[in-house]
Design a protein around this ligand. Structure first.
Ligand SMILES: NC(=O)N[C@@H](O)C(=O)O
Ligand code: NI
Length: 163
């Protein structure tokens, strides 16, 4: 099978096995503040084991393409969410677990208005910004504890230029 990966649009349905998509949608909306504000409620849930959740900003430098995807990681003790600040598209790369290692990666193109919450212990690639340095609000787990597991493929996959 080819090592060249295809790129899919990010949808709630396609991403469901890996976590949640954080985006405004009518189904989750409730009016608050006397009708002044639309609350898009409970788009994702923070899942941390034995520690608190923290809110961070990650500033990712743009990745260069074609990109050799050699590794994946996961966080056994906590979920991790990324929400873009700059309204710029970015890439989300995840994989199913196959006997303790990631299977073939799936690559999703996220819009600048879509974030994701990786479920706890879900294989993913570290942040992949596109085009320019991009900020993301990241909610994940406060240390301590070994909350990072990395896996390196025998042969890299290739992500073509998504833009
Ligand atoms: N290491 C770190 O905090 N970042 C990664 O977890 C990531 O998914 O980008
Ligand atoms: Ni991570």
């Amino acid at each position: 099978m080819s090592r060249m990966l295809s790129i899919e649009p990010l949808t709630k349905e396609a991403f469901a096995p890996f976590g949640s998509v954080i985006e405004t949608d009518r189904a989750s909306m409730r009016l608050i503040n006397g009708g002044n504000t639309e609350r898009f409620h409970a788009l994702a849930r923070v899942d941390v084991v034995g520690a608190g959740a923290i809110i961070n900003i990650f500033r990712g430098q743009p990745r260069a393409f074609p990109y050799a995807l050699a590794m994946m990681e996961r966080h056994p003790l906590g979920s991790q969410s990324f929400s873009p600040v700059d309204d710029r598209p970015w890439l989300v790369v995840v994989a199913a677990d196959e006997g303790g290692r990631p299977g073939r990666p799936r690559v999703f193109l996220a819009s600048g208005r879509q974030g994701v919450n990786y479920g706890r212990n879900v294989w993913h690639h570290p942040l992949m910004a596109l085009g320019a340095a991009s900020d993301f609000i990241v909610v994940d787990r406060e240390a301590p504890g070994d909350n990072l597991e990395e896996f390196f493929y025998d042969e890299a996959f290739v992500i073509p230029d998504p833009l």
